[in-house]
Design a protein around this ligand. Structure first.
Ligand code: NAD
Length: 357
């Protein structure tokens, strides 16, 4: 089969890790008889430097014309002083919205070989965990009315959260379907004791749960969920939540795996086209030094194979290769614990994974 992939390398370590993931896809193409055509487009700081805009029109058009999108990361100190609308990070909200990507899937699981890297005690992570966070991505407070005005105490700023029935129902359905494909356990996280949007959210999730009687469903307040994730992460399988709560909880879930350089994500819409990216940022402190861990981006490419192209066996081959390389003790600098030897560079880690496929 043949697939057209838009490559958004972005800034900082973005080019290094995206090139690593593209090389892994090339290897998969060779082994399984597929052809991947890559077309690069500008996004973020490098796009500002070249065109004055963080998300040029050609990038949006190129992504819309592709079968899927692989993104590195955007941003860096060079562009930190720019106003909100002109910042590189604005391009992320823009491209998600332009592609209609309302679902963000973020797996957070503990690799047995990396258990020592988790900041949690062994008695907590000893049971292991494998969580899938389903985050609503194009609604809620990040997209609501906002601004500055004169209030009771003078100048004030405001952001508003609104969620429609349609937005909640479609993300809820994705979450129930995801749970059906995993261990059939779903926890919906909200703040229904305070927020009206959460009350509507909870009502719709309950209605959906009647359509999925096989799924063991429960609700949890977001403050409790933040606590439970560090107390006993193994209690969770699929978690569904709103845009802002998902942003925060998925970062927490990623931290307890101990390895930000390992965690992938998929953003999906109604069709098969998705955008796949590591959850970490552009790591300006190590950019251009060939030190970055490419694994999160490589695992994001594996998610692309599975969710956008339906290539389950090929996705499994990438994931198995990553496990094999970790089990053999190969580590980039971010994963290395004391006494574990010398770190591999970004290109060396990529080569090890390619060799293991
Ligand atoms: P970051 O994730 O870039 O870096 C945090 C720390 O983790 C740094 O020490 C970095 O070296 C390390 N790190 C991250 N990814 C790594 C990898 N693959 N291999 C090895 N080490 C890795 O977060 P930050 O420092 O808060 O942000 C830096 C820039 O990235 C900012 O401009 C921020 O806005 C941007 N950012 C972009 C995205 C995105 O593009 N999706 C996400 C988060 C942050």
């Amino acid at each position: 089969m043949e697939f057209n992939i838009a490559l958004l390398r972005g800034d900082g370590i973005g080019p290094e890790i995206v090139d690593g993931a593209a090389a892994v896809l090339e290897k998969i193409g060779e082994k399984f008889g597929h052809r991947f055509n890559f077309t690069p487009y500008l996004i973020g700081g490098c796009a500002i430097d070249e065109t004055g805009e963080p998300l040029p029109k050609e990038t949006v058009e190129g992504c819309l014309a592709s079968d899927s999108v692989l993104l590195g990361a955007v941003g860096g100190p060079k562009w930190d002083g720019l106003p909100g609308e002109k910042r590189p990070e604005k391009a992320l909200l823009g491209i998600r919205s332009a592609l209609g990507l309302f679902t963000n899937l973020r797996p957070a699981s503990l690799y047995p070989a990396l258990r020592a890297a988790s900041p949690l005690k062994d008695e907590i992570v000893g049971k292991g965990f494998d969580i899938m966070i389903v985050r609503e991505l194009t609604g809620g407070i990040y997209f609501g009315d906002r601004g500055f005005r004169q209030g009771k105490y003078g100048e004030e700023a405001f952001d508003t959260e609104a969620y429609s029935f349609t937005e909640i129902e479609r993300i809820g359905r994705v979450a129930f379907e995801t749970a059906m494909k995993r261990s059939k356990r779903l926890c919906s996280v909200d703040k229904a004791n305070v927020l009206e949007t959460s009350r509507l959210w909870r009502r719709i999730m309950h209605e959906l749960s009647e359509e999925y009687p096989e799924v063991e469903y429960r609700d949890m307040f977001v403050d409790n969920a933040a606590m439970q994730l560090v107390r006993d992460p193994s209690q969770f399988d699929v978690i569904v939540t709103s845009n802002m709560f998902g942003d925060i909880l998925s970062d927490e879930a990623s931290q307890i795996t101990g390895s930000i350089g390992m965690l992938a994500s998929a953003s999906l819409g109604a069709g098969t086209r998705g955008m796949y990216e590591p959850i970490h940022g552009s790591a300006p402190d190590i950019a251009g030094q060939n030190k970055a861990n490419p694994t999160a981006t490589i695992l994001s490419a594996a998610m692309m194979l599975r969710y956008s192209f339906g290539l389950t066996e090929e996705a499994g081959a990438v994931e198995a290769a990553v496990n094999k390389v970790l089990d053999a003790g190969f580590r980039t600098a971010d994963l290395l614990c004391a006494g574990e030897g010398d770190p591999l560079s970004c290109t060396e880690m990529t080569t090890k994974i390619i060799e293991a496929i």
